[in-house]
Design a protein around this ligand. Sequence first.
Ligand SMILES: *[C@@H]1O[C@H](CO)[C@@H](O)[C@H](O)[C@H]1NC(C)=O
Ligand SMILES: *[C@@H]1O[C@H](CO)[C@@H](O)[C@H](O)[C@H]1NC(C)=O
Ligand SMILES: *[C@@H]1O[C@H](CO)[C@@H](O)[C@H](O)[C@H]1NC(C)=O
Ligand SMILES: *[C@@H]1O[C@H](CO)[C@@H](O)[C@H](O)[C@H]1NC(C)=O
Length: 395
Amino acid sequence: MRISYSSVLPIFPILASSLVYAVNACKSNEDCSLNGVCDTHHKTCTCDPGWTAADCGKLDLKPATRGTGYNKTASGTSSWCNVIKHDPKDKSLWHLFVSEFQDGCGLDFWSPFSRIIRAESRHGPEGPYEFAAQVAPSFAHNPSVVWSPADKLYLIYGIGCHQNLPATCTPPEFTCGPGNFINGESGISLWSSPDLYTWTSHGQIFKGDNGGNWDADLTNPSPLPLYSSNDHTDTILLAYRGCPYNCSGSEQINLAEAPHFLGPYHKLEKNPIFPNPNEDPFIWRDKRGHYHMLSHSLEPLGGFGSGPNVGRHAYSKDIDGPWHFNNNTLAFSTLVDFTDGSSTNYYRRERPNLYFSEDGKMVPLFLGTGVQEVNSSMSYSLIQPVGSSGSGYKE
Ligand SMILES: *[C@@H]1O[C@H](CO)[C@@H](O)[C@H](O)[C@H]1NC(C)=O
Ligand SMILES: *[C@@H]1O[C@H](CO)[C@@H](O)[C@H](O)[C@H]1NC(C)=O
Ligand SMILES: *[C@@H]1O[C@H](CO)[C@@H](O)[C@H](O)[C@H]1NC(C)=O
Ligand SMILES: *[C@@H]1O[C@H](CO)[C@@H](O)[C@H](O)[C@H]1NC(C)=O
């Protein structure tokens, strides 16, 4: 029998009661996942918009609309890793940066068939989006897009290196640099653009290694420029997923930092910032200056098609930690409700990415994820509204 997340707690009554006590009786804002404020008199959390649950660790997801996002599976094309950007000049235009797999190859052949593309929507951030241009040819994957105020440039952090594609959907062994000789996933590459349209490649800016480090293989970049109105720094914080050489062991999360986007990048910690196996980190800083991450959990009832527990949240007051990994409240699951009254329990749901309000309050409005349906080899980019601001989004 498959144990659902909600039925786990009653099986461990002692653990459950201590968790419930810890959650229900907050003592500090950290007990509210730094996504809300602890009322110390009533010992309860008041969550920020977009967050819910007793510890504010759950995204307040609203029904998604079928036909939005970037879903080209009907015409035989799979995609993954979606990031929404509002055009800086044309206010009715949104861009979506996506990994799209060429030649009709499904999710199993992301390496080497993935390329990075830009799609456009004039229907708001939820889409639907239509293909507009190729940003980087195969093999290019994992785009994570940020605006760097210090450089006045958009930056795409991703992975990959040019490959000639096989004639059929097969995953050849190749490398893009140290850390992995099987599928070219190791090492972080960078592209920059003044306007989201024209992109300059800067090659690999943060390499893996062939040594014995737990994170010799590094991928899944998520950058955060640390520039703020009172600190005009060029420094970039970079969350990434590491695993041993050839990814022969546990996948975990770490942070690196560079004085400039071109590097040099140095790892902030020798060990993973929390013990739980996770990949696909997405990092941001909230309106109070605290740090947050969403990730794809690789726990036994999560992982790649093994269950609903796919989305986790972690938070830290400071860059140097300590990071708190929330293994109590699930940030999001594989189950998605739609506005037509239907729901889909996805086989895989990964690559979380949030689109925030543009007023500096960092209210999450939309959650982007890569999804794969049960019994399907294909994948697509799902965009789901968050909170009343996301579901009632007006330009
Ligand atoms: C994506 O497209 C498929 C058709 O290939 C369709 O069955 C599915 O409902 C679509 N999903 C969403 C969320 O639009
Ligand atoms: C990594 O994979 C390559 C290609 O399969 C293999 O030649 C090499 O021995 C592997 N190295 C380790 C340390 O597993
Ligand atoms: C949650 O994580 C903490 C700290 O790593 C650990 O002590 C605890 O056993 C975990 N609880 C569950 C339910 O996994
Ligand atoms: C998936 O395929 C299996 C085997 O054909 C079938 O029993 C099951 O009902 C299918 N599930 C869905 C959700 O389509």
